[in-house]
Write a protein that binds this ligand. Structure first.
Ligand code: SF4
Length: 264
């Protein structure tokens, strides 16, 4: 995982933990008087409860930081991914906003951490249980062939990345689908029932896709937007090949010499 994204994530994690500890203290302190009136032991019981919850979260955060710093063989990776996806990430978006961080930067760090946790926990996916999911904007905007529903309608003119991506998927007999949005993506996943997904999209769509698809393992690859968002986007072909090779365990010849897929 890239170091700046890892540092961003760890910084946000620590800031979130500090804010949670402060909030925990306030939650414990405010109702003190009322509780004491009910029973003198009640404030202590409540304090023990708050401390227990915070200790549990702190343990998860520390474990996550250690494993991210180690960069491999992550202990309890699947459980940690649950903690990251379901609990920490929503809080980290708010904390990031408090510190004036861009949403894209927080989402990029989340995607990078998710990828590392997924990779530490999955190997040897059968090609027919893998799905490559692409955003519609990767198709040339002027191409009027409808490839959602069947990417093989592509005529292979090479003016956008669809041609090469279809070729890679066909070479390994892997399902490749194009989705116009989250609803269609969810329907495709429901129909195809993959064991793992390689998803290409922007920060926002990848993040929501990873969260929505949990516990399905998703390796997210950010698209490139040389013409701005949502039009004629591209993807680094080598990144797709590398993820595919990692999951399926097959080297793809396109990975070695592949350059970015460029929309004409
Ligand atoms: S490669 Fe050519 S035919 Fe295929 S989707 Fe892109 S522009 Fe259309």
């Amino acid at each position: 995982m890239q170091e700046p994204k890892k540092r961003t994530f760890i910084g946000l994690l620590l800031a979130t933990l500090a804010i949670l500890c402060g909030a925990g203290y306030v939650i414990w302190w405010i109702p003190q008087v009322g509780m004491r009136n009910i029973h003198p032991a009640l404030p202590h019981i409540f304090m023990a409860l708050v401390a227990g919850v915070l200790s549990f979260i702190a343990f998860g955060v520390i474990l996550l930081i250690i494993t991210l710093l180690r960069g491999r063989e992550i202990f309890l990776a699947q459980r940690l991914r649950w903690v990251v996806v379901k609990i920490l990430f929503p809080m980290m978006v708010l904390v990031g906003r408090l510190f004036g961080m861009s949403r894209d930067a927080v989402q990029q760090s989340f995607i990078a951490v998710n990828n590392q946790l997924v990779r530490s926990n999955i190997h040897g996916v059968k090609p027919d249980r893998l799905l490559i999911l692409l955003p519609h904007c990767i198709q040339l905007n002027d191409c009027n062939i409808k490839i959602t529903g069947d990417v093989h309608r592509c005529k292979g003119c090479g003016k956008c990345g669809i041609k090469d991506l279809v070729a890679i998927a066909d070479r390994h007999a892997i399902d490749l689908s194009v989705a116009t949005g989250g609803t269609l993506a969810r329907r495709i996943i429901k129909e195809k029932r993959p064991k793992a997904i390689i998803a290409v999209a922007c920060e926002r769509d990848l993040t929501s896709g990873i969260v929505d698809s949990y516990p399905l393992p998703v390796i997210g690859i950010l698209n490139q937007r040389p013409f701005g968002p949502c039009v004629n986007t591209t993807v680094e072909m080598a990144d797709v090949c590398e993820a595919l090779e990692f999951l399926v365990g097959l080297p793809d010849e396109a990975a070695s010499g592949a350059a970015a897929v460029i929309n004409a």
